[in-house]
Design a protein around this ligand. Structure first.
Ligand code: GAP
Length: 459
């Protein structure tokens, strides 16, 4: 197991200098809680989304993908309960005017020993006052009361001149799956149990800064809603806890860095809820959720839309509202978890240390880097690049010593470096170096594609 202590600063620094993730609107001094994926980061995140889709849609029978609109009829959010209840308990420091989540203050102060999850607003206030929890920013103890802040972003849509209707940026992708339940079921002739999956942007007016892409105001979710009969729902729920964990283990997560966390406080309609937490530089944090939501979502949409959401069993003709088992994971949060899991600092024989990202090869931003040993070998190197880039995302680098180029590729987790040397011109072979073992072997150019393709598979 690696010994390196991964800090958020190291990850943020590497991400900025190596083209993974930049602060949003950087030249304007940034904008709190927004981040831009750079040329390397966008590949990593796309590969994460692809791996999720492959596992949970492509390889999962009876699972159908959708891509629903971000702006939905505002009645959707009345039905889901978001317009009434979607808020966070927040308090302001009167001295420095910084705003904090009351539950986070309690959990940070108690080093995770006290959970504020089930506390009321009054209980949080009492705890903070009794324990004299100070402002983490300025050190004063001078708080406003705890107040509930709405998390949904509002925007407006002009209909008639001068008149405007409020619409919301969706705070979760799930509702796009619920409202399309019957569209998908009928058009795809789906039979319960079946699932609808979606990857897309969600927006929340979060105010907890300083934790990089862990919690942002704009993020992507990968969500999957399983529609099932009530008597199979609990088994499906338990099964999804395991499937969600297996997905992470197959992406090379250390099993000791993952744990289940059952929710203490359940929504009144929920029968069970569980997070998978990962061991991050911030401590144990939620990575994804699995929720047994009973018939709540479909029944609410039935009530608010006035349209029947009943499913008719094609064999028995029984009509019923299916239960929903939801599996939801943030693509950006998973990206952070993948980054912290992959990061390592390894001592080298020459006394130097290399930073290396041990990404699962299927997630690596570039699969191969093509490196001519000297600039006058670049024509042959370009030929190899052209061949490989038809199949994989490849990097090309001819500047600097070969050692420095290897270090750069290690830092962005490129699993294979192909070196072109003078022998290549003679016998059409290249050296291929493995990122993790740093071992090098010689291969004919025409064997490269198959060699790499075999090694980067995600099953
Ligand atoms: N539809 C259920 C739902 O949205 P959630 O627990 O609020 O449940 C699911 O969110 C997942 O989305 C979280 O486990 C996390 O991975 C991600 N997520 C939620 N809020 C986020 C934020 N502000 N920034 C980044 N990821 C977030």
């Amino acid at each position: 197991m690696k010994e390196t202590k991964v800090t958020m600063d190291k990850i943020v620094n590497l991400c900025k200098t190596r083209g993974l993730i930049f602060p949003g609107s950087d030249i304007y001094g940034g904008m709190g809680n927004t981040w831009d994926y750079g040329p390397v980061g966008v590949e990593l995140k796309n590969n994460i989304k692809r791996a999720w889709w492959k596992r949970f849609v492509q390889e999962s029978p009876n699972t159908y993908g959708v891509d629903a609109a971000i702006l939905m009829n505002p009645r959707v959010w009345d039905a889901s309960g978001h317009t009434q209840n979607f808020s966070d308990p927040k308090m302001d420091c009167k001295a420095c005017k910084q705003r904090f989540r009351a539950d986070n203050l309690i959990e940070d102060h108690s080093k995770g020993k006290v959970s504020a999850e089930a506390m009321t607003t009054e209980e949080m206030e009492t705890y903070i006052n009794e324990n004299k929890i100070k402002c983490p920013h300025c050190g004063n103890f001078n708080w406003t009361n705890v107040r509930q802040f709405k998390l949904m972003f509002e925007t407006s849509r002009g209909t008639v001149d001068g008149e405007k209707d409020v619409v919301y940026l969706r705070p979760e992708t799930a509702q796009g799956e619920y409202v399309n339940f019957l569209n998908v079921q009928r058009s795809m002739r789906a039979k319960v149990p079946f699932a609808i999956a979606q990857i897309g942007k969600a927006f929340r007016n979060e105010i907890t800064p300083g934790n990089f892409i862990f919690r942002t105001i704009e993020f992507e979710q990968m969500e999957l809603q399983n529609f099932c009969k009530e008597d199979t729902a609990l088994d499906l729920y338990e099964g999804f806890k395991e499937k969600a964990k297996k997905f992470l283990l197959d992406l090379n997560f250390n099993p000791e860095h993952l744990r289940f966390h059952d929710h203490e406080k359940l929504a009144h309609y929920a029968k069970a809820a569980c997070d998978i937490q990962f061991f991050s530089p911030l401590g144990w944090e939620e990575l994804n959720g699995i929720h047994h939501r009973s018939t709540w979502d479909l029944s609410r949409h039935q009530e608010y839309s006035g349209k029947s959401m009943l499913y008719t069993d094609p064999v028995t003709n029984e009509k019923y509202l299916p239960n929903v088992i939801e599996y939801s994971i943030g693509a950006d949060r998973l990206t952070l978890a993948v980054l912290t899991e992959a990061y390592d600092e390894e001592p080298l024989e020459n006394g130097e240390t290399r930073v290396v990202m041990h990404f699962h090869p299927a997630l690596a931003p570039f699969k191969v880097a093509v490196l001519p040993l000297q600039k006058n070998l670049s024509e042959k190197a370009r030929e190899v690049y052209a061949l490989l880039s038809k199949e994989f995302m490849c990097d090309y680098d001819e500047a600097g010593s070969i050692g420095k180029r290897y270090r750069r590729e290690d830092e962005i987790g490129t699993p294979f470096c192909v070196t072109i040397d003078f022998d290549t011109l003679e016998d059409n072979t290249v050296t291929i170096r493995d990122r993790d073992s740093m071992e090098q072997i010689r291969l004919p150019i025409d064997k490269l594609k198959d060699y790499v393709a075999e090694k980067i598979k995600f099953n």
